[in-house]
Design a protein around this ligand. Structure first.
Ligand SMILES: Nc1nc2c(ncn2[C@@H]2O[C@H](COP(=O)(O)OP(=O)(O)OP(=O)(O)O)[C@@H](O)[C@H]2O)c(=O)[nH]1
Ligand SMILES: [Mg+2]
Length: 372
């Protein structure tokens, strides 16, 4: 065990031993900041070692990428093959899959890349199994599909594992703005009443990160952990859903128990073997990815309703331009929009206008470009 690993374990133990209450909340907040700083250091060292060829090179393709994350043998590879036709070896022993196998799922005009991955086990972020490599691929996906089966039901342990690797699931980035400075000390401001975090603790946490000057503005009632996330800076915020596999093996009673256990998390019960629940799962994946269809209308012509451009909810005109011929982007002057995102039909908007499902868009280019 490296000394940095020992330090992390030490601080983790200290947190475990400390009873959480008002009097100790400061102390615990600082310890959690310490762990975050040590983990950053660990990642930095692992990255600088690099070059060992351990990382997986995965080429992202399609409109979005889904990562299959689950304990060994829950049926990830079987599911990939059933959904996409891609061949990924499935067998009744753990760690059958040792690299990342991509497959492509088509759904209502969208291409969804699904990545089958080696099984994940607790301790992965400390390098157990091929944990670290798997986690780094997970960070680059758009959606995590957790998988459990009747024998491995503790998906919350996997959630914790991802949390430890800086992945935040089904949550938004905290509304905290950190502006480092070089003199004058630390100024903590908030625009709302803080019920979790005192200014004093915020200062101590910032100091753990080596920030001694500058300003921190809290625009929501943030927790110590949320401030730590913003200071650490390398968090990714991902959507995740859950599939319970092998459900054809469950008795009604076991099924009810699992239903209870997964309550509050978007869950689909499936059997990769019998294909039960797969259409529902595909719909859940597409819903979670929040695709929107944009119909492009050439100036003076009808919109192309046959082949919409597929974007994701929240995407802007900017993202649309990236998917159209380059000269439209190069000579972009404005866009005209009809549909849900337009305040009135044919509204003229710029690159930062957010589009919505089934909007019709015309790109207007500068005079002289494209012979106009
Ligand atoms: N009964 C049942 N068995 C299944 C189902 N899906 C997969 N299996 C079996 O479970 C075993 C493991 O399946 P895999 O697809 O290899 O599991 P995996 O999650 O990819 O496993 P690793 O690659 O080792 O992490 C195989 O024997 C599959 O045939 C299912 O829906 N029902
Ligand atoms: Mg597998």
């Amino acid at each position: 065990m490296s000394s940095i690993e020992e330090q992390i374990t030490e601080v983790e133990d200290e947190i475990r031993k400390t009873q959480y209450n008002k009097a100790t909340s400061h102390h615990i907040g600082r310890l959690r900041a310490k762990i975050a700083v040590l983990r950053l250091e660990r990642e930095k060292r692992a990255a600088s070692k690099g070059g060992g060829g351990l990382g997986y090179a995965v080429r992202k393709s399609g409109h979005a990428t889904v990562g299959l994350v689950g304990y060994p043998s829950v049926g990830k590879s079987t599911l990939l093959t059933k959904l996409t036709g891609a061949e990924s070896e499935a067998a009744a022993y753990d760690f059958t899959t040792v690299s990342i196998i991509p497959g492509m799922l088509r759904y209502e005009g969208a291409s969804i890349q699904i990545l089958d991955m080696p099984g994940l086990i607790p301790g992965a972020s400390k390098g157990r199994g091929r944990g670290r490599e798997v986690l780094s691929v997970v960070r680059s996906t758009d959606l995590i599909l957790f998988m459990v089966d009747p024998e491995h039901t503790d998906f919350r342990a996997l959630l914790n594992e991802l949390e430890g690797a800086g992945v935040r699931i089904n949550s938004r980035p905290p509304k905290i703005v950190v502006t480092p400075g070089d003199r004058g000390g630390l100024l903590i401001n908030s625009t709302v009443r803080l019920t979790h975090l005192s200014g004093g603790l915020a200062v101590q946490i910032a100091r753990e990160f080596g920030m001694h000057n500058g300003q921190i503005v809290l625009r929501e009632d943030a927790t110590a952990d949320q401030l730590i996330d913003v200071l650490a800076g390398n968090r990714v915020y991902l959507v995740a859903i859950l599939a319970v596999n092998k459900t054809e093996l469950l008795t009604a009673e076991e099924r009810a128990k699992l239903n209870e256990k997964t309550r509050g998390f978007p869950t689909t019960f499936i059997s990769a073997k019998t294909k039960a629940g797969l259409p529902e799962l595909v719909r859940a994946i597409a819903d979670a990815l929040a695709f929107v269809r944009i119909y492009v209308k050439p100036p003076g012509g009808p919109p192309d309703r046959e082949e919409p451009v597929i974007l994701r909810r929240g995407d802007k005109v900017e993202q649309l331009l990236k998917r159209l011929p380059e000269d439209l982007d190069l000579h972009f002057k404005a866009a005209m929009v009809w549909g849900k995102s337009a305040r009135f039909p044919g509204q003229t908007v710029g690159r930062t206008h957010a589009l919505e499902d089934e909007d019709v868009v015309t790109i207007v280019v500068e005079r002289g470009a494209r012979g106009q």
